[in-house]
Design a protein. Structure first.
Length: 255
């Protein structure tokens, strides 16, 4: 039972550390990305985006976390490919994830027309055609609801509540566990030393008790020696007198 409890504690610690590390990597990737130039945060070549609208409802919903692979020289975009591309709205760049509904060739350059899967929200294709230079990543998979959490982590309050405070609590818990282990070890050591000391004292007490008993028996024997000697003398005297009386009775009968 103790072994299972120990294994469970170790597994929980590892899980907490992994979650913390993943969260830190995501936040750092988001912070270090050059958003002013439309650069997306990525982790080892994979881009993460939280879905901000329901334009792709039916494929993934608002609040989901979309994971895409960064575009490189080997990227192939065809009809029905879901891509994330950069759009400039005013002075800001935004990322939009829609499906390619049409591919054309314009002067040897492929251009793509996109549209959201939710036809109620996106009844017609997006304005403008995109080139491969506009495409940041190609959709790989999504995780429902996680995008909203990532958005919250990007905020200072979310970073403090979800990362800093839990990590401080985890560190405090580990310090507490180390102190508990140390105190338990010291307690066991003190108990073992006390056990050894009690054993030695018990041995000494037994020896002293035995020696005192032997001494008492010796003293008692010495005190009883004169009385015993007198008794033995009296007994010998009585025996002699009895023999003499017997001899006199035998002599009287002979006469």
């Amino acid at each position: 039972m103790k072994t299972l409890k120990k294994i469970g504690g170790i597994a929980l610690d590892i899980l907490i550390v992994l979650i913390f590390l993943i969260s830190v990597v995501l936040v750092v990737a988001n912070i270090t990305a050059d958003k002013e130039n439309g650069e997306q945060p990525n982790v080892f070549g994979y881009v993460i985006n939280s879905v901000q609208s329901d334009s792709m409802s039916g494929t993934f919903e608002k609040g989901a976390l979309v994971v895409g692979k960064l575009v490189d020289e080997n990227t192939v975009v065809t009809k029905d490919t879901i891509i994330t591309f950069t759009q400039r709205v005013g002075s800001e760049y935004i990322q939009n994830t829609h499906r390619v509904v049409n591919v054309q060739n314009a002067g040897g350059i492929e251009i793509y027309q996109t549209q959201g899967d939710n036809r109620e929200r996106c009844p017609s294709p997006d304005d403008g055609w995109k080139t491969i230079n506009d495409v940041n990543s190609v959709y790989q998979f999504h995780i429902p609801l996680v995008g909203g959490f990532i958005d919250f982590l990007k905020q200072p309050l979310g970073f403090i509540l979800c990362l800093v405070l839990p990590m401080l609590a985890f560190i405090a818990w580990q310090v507490y566990k180390l102190i508990s282990i140390y105190l338990q070890s010291k307690k066991e050591q003190m108990l073992e030393e006390a056990k050894d000391n009690v054993s030695d004292e018990a041995k000494d007490a037994i020896i002293r008790e035995y020696l005192a008993k032997m001494q008492a028996q010796s003293e008692a024997a010495e005190d009883n020696a004169p009385a015993k000697e007198a008794a033995e003398t009296e007994e010998a005297k009585e025996t002699v007198e009895a023999e003499e009386a017997k001899e006199e009775n035998n002599a009287d009968k002979g006469e």
